[in-house]
Design a protein around this ligand. Structure first.
Ligand code: NOJ
Length: 768
């Protein structure tokens, strides 16, 4: 069949020389068998027919359709496809929409090379799951993988081949809006989640057409932007990069991620998108990455503003750095041929990049059937199917963190007279969070609707209490991002008065507050990260009633909540829970689900503490509030309000003594650290038992604590389980100042606990 296809292609090429611009050839491009030999031969044969411009065309990725996810919109996409100048398209989906573009590619372009279609499927496609920061709080890798798998099933049935996920940037600055898209501050957990997501999206392969290529992003270190301001400068020691920030990307590569996206930021003076050390030396040579690398949105062009050169120069830098696809910027197609002809970019650089893109298409089976991902029946069967909605509810409940629960005010009893207050009680718009472009917020289930369904219509009291945002300038800014914010016709004081009157008739008050969804995500940094003043004013007025208050939060980042923690009875962090956010919140509030999630980013007391994260260094003058010359603040503790790994449950877990199988570890030994955890409360629950290590002396300074393992155990009331963690010498390795990965003999501490703060410890020594 391949031979047949090549003959017809040859005829087409000869013919097209006479019949320009394009020639429609009926035969589809056929891939007869799989296997890398076949792929290599196939791609090599195809490339031998391609002009330089067509090869560079495969390196061009354009955006068309429903969404604009950057400052520029691609133009004349159809005609560029016809000319063979487009490798892939993103921001459009549905079988019929992508079919039209694919038809142009395979019927009207000279070589009929199919396109692939990408999209930001970040936390679900049509069915939306909790935002990644929320989902990471579940610490449930199987759940994470299942949500990615479900997203792949829906996306691949909707004409998509490729998702720009997972985002694995380590995030320690909650001012940065994009913390919502990642898995928080920890390297070990972030790496495990990266792997689970890649497996979920890519499944066991592409034969069935129900998997999508994953894309790990943003390579690299995008989460370390100075001051949490999006796109800002990153300057970091190599040791910190290797030990703390790079491992999650590497984990995705090791898990077989098909593609990598370059980041917008510079790294130590060189923009990532033009950074040869990063893309070629590290990613390809050291890590052995075989897939293709795309840029972020116009990231090559943005190197001009970084100060790296003019259009031609930044294109040259990116080609030579090892970038394979230019997202939207079109500088590759504008300058590629000229740069090759002048010798500034080699033919082999272009060939390598083109080959990688074609290999991805081959792997997806697109040469065999360019339309295999465009099946309306499969789309209907997959889209928001009952099992996915059930998964969305499960995921949202398992991502909900109980931050405070004084006097067991929760769970609620439906027999109680409860007032639900707040602008988010009946809201749907915000539930699916940011980066949920294919999700329909109208189809999300609000808290109030879930209460109605579960307990009958209007069983509880309700008052709006305040506008989500009162500040007019902020409303206008956010509405440009689709926030759909309006102000109530009642004045703020009238809203509060009405809420207080309602609250007085209730036994308990549940207040649902938070951030509008578009206050997190891209280009959504904040300098203050507390609840808005008008929301706090409502809480303060409700507090005057003396009734127990439960605060339910919907937001995309750790917030500063010192007043709320001090004054309210319970705080429940639900993030943006997704399509089934409402039912999941009700499941948790009424105790059908016992909360088990634990935060993966520390919640600071105030903005001045940022960055505050658990695995910091001790410094030479470790924190001590009673001493003057210490590394500390005069006006606030060094510790966050809620530490990494923290989250409560409706039951209590007692951690027994910590024991170790041997206080000495020889190079080939495995040492086991154990504890027994007992459920001393009245409800069954799931506890995430966390295991940390501290290397007390090193050739470079080492963090005060590093997560090295965790286990989730289910415990019935009264039940105990012994949990053990094995440590081997390799678990103690780190990159030293020569960037050599090795363990150093000496003293260590091992810790086990329910979070990074409240741990029990035991010492051991690694000997040569
Ligand atoms: C810019 C964002 O930084 C990136 O995460 C996203 O995948 C692309 N735009 C495409 O929408």
């Amino acid at each position: 069949m391949i031979k047949h296809w090549l003959t017809s292609l040859l005829i087409a090429i000869q013919f097209s020389a006479l019949m320009l611009p394009t020639l429609a050839v009926e035969e589809p491009i056929v891939q007869s068998t799989s296997g890398s030999q076949t792929m290599n031969t196939f791609v090599a044969d195809l490339m031998s027919k391609m002009t330089l411009e067509e090869k560079i065309g495969q390196m061009n990725l354009l955006s068309i359709g429903f969404d604009v996810t950057g400052p520029v919109v691609s133009k004349d996409v159809d005609s560029k496809i016809r000319k063979g100048l487009v490798g892939g398209v993103f921001n459009t989906f549905t079988p019929s929409a992508v079919r039209k573009l694919q038809e142009i590619a395979v019927n009207e372009s000279r070589l009929k090379i199919p396109l692939f279609f990408g999209y930001d499927v970040i936390h679900g496609h049509r069915t939306i799951f909790p935002i990644p920061l929320g989902l990471s709080s579940s610490w449930d890798l199987d759940l994470v993988e299942r949500t990615a798998r479900a997203a792949a099933l829906e996306a691949s049935a909707d004409g998509l081949h490729w998702t720009f996920s997972p985002m694995v940037d380590i995030t320690r600055d909650p001012r940065w809006g994009r913390v919502s898209e990642g898995s928080g501050e920890d390297t070990y957990l972030g790496s495990a989640i990266a792997k689970a997501m890649v497996h979920g999206y890519q499944g066991t392969g592409y034969e069935k057409g129900d998997s999508v290529l994953a894309c790990v992003k943003h390579f690299a270190l995008y989460g370390a932007a100075e001051a949490g301001r999006d796109y800002n400068t990153v300057d970091m020691s190599e040791m910190r990069m290797y030990n703390e920030y790079l491992p999650p990307y590497k984990a995705a590569v090791d898990a077989g991620v098909a593609t990598v996206m370059s980041s917008f930021n510079e790294i130590n003076g060189v923009p990532a998108t033009g950074n040869k050390w990063l893309m070629t030396d590290l990613l390809r040579k050291q890590w052995g990455f075989k897939g293709f690398i795309c840029t972020d949105y116009t990231a090559i062009n943005e190197m001009i503003a970084h100060g790296a050169g003019d259009e031609s120069k930044v294109a040259e830098l990116s080609f030579n750095a090892g970038i394979d696809q230019d997202m939207v910027g079109e500088l590759f197609i504008k300058y590629g041929s000229e740069l090759v002809k002048s010798g500034k970019v080699s033919h082999s650089t272009i060939d390598d990049a083109c080959r990688r893109v074609l290999e991805a298409k081959y792997t997806l089976g697109l040469f065999e059937d360019p339309y295999r991902y465009m099946n309306e029946e499969r789309k209907t069967a997959q889209t928001m199917s009952a099992d996915k909605l059930a998964l969305s509810r499960e995921a949202a409940a398992k991502s909900t963190v109980l931050l405070k629960n004084a006097n067991d005010v929760l769970p609620l009893d439906p027999k109680e007279n409860i007032a639900f207050i707040g602008p988010l009680v009946k809201d749907k718009r915000n539930l699916i969070g940011n980066w949920s472009g294919a999700g329909a917020w109208e189809k999300a289930t609000a808290v109030w609707d879930a209460l109605d369904t579960k307990f009958g219509a209007n069983k509880f009291l309700y008052a709006k209490g305040c506008n989500l945002v009162d500040d007019q300038a902020m409303i206008e800014k956010l509405n440009r991002d689709g926030a759909m914010l309006t102000k109530d016709s009642s004045s703020p004081q009238q809203l509060i008065d009405e809420a207080v009157a309602t609250a007085k008739r209730a036994d308990k008050i549940v207040v649902v507050l938070g951030e509008p969804f578009c206050m997190s995500g891209e280009a959504a940094s904040r300098s203050m990260i507390g609840l808005f003043d008008n929301q706090v004013a409502l809480l303060k007025a409700l507090k005057q009633t003396g009734k127990p208050i439960v605060l339910v939060l919907m937001n995309g980042r750790p917030l500063t909540l010192p007043w709320e923690n001090e004054n309210l009875d319970a705080i429940v962090e639900t993030w943006y829970g997704g399509s089934m956010a409402g039912p999941a919140a009700v499941d948790v509030l009424f105790g059908e689900v016992n909360p088990s999630a634990k935060i993966t980013m520390s919640f600071p007391i105030n903005v001045g503490q940022i960055p505050v994260y658990y695995n910091a260094k001790t410094t030479g003058r470790p924190f001590d509030d009673k001493e003057k010359y210490r590394s500390k603040y005069l006006d606030v503790s060094n510790l966050p309000l809620y530490p990494f790994g923290y989250g409560l449950s409706y039951t209590k877990y007692d951690y027994g003594n910590i024991s170790i199988s041997s206080a000495t570890m020889k190079p080939n030994d495995t040492v086991t650290v154990s504890t027994t955890v007992t459920n001393t409360g009245k409800r069954a629950g799931v506890e995430t038992v966390q295991f940390y290590i501290r290397d007390l002396v090193g050739s470079i300074t080492r963090p005060a604590k590093e997560l090295k393992g965790f286990r989730q155990i289910a415990l019935q009331p009264g039940e105990s389980k012994t949990v053990s963690f094995d440590i081997k010498r390799d678990d103690l390795r780190f990159y030293n100042s020569d960037l050599k990965l090795d363990a150093e003999p000496g003293e260590f501490k091992a810790f086990i606990g329910p979070n990074s703060r409240d741990v029990k410890e035991v010492g051991f020594t690694l000997v040569e």
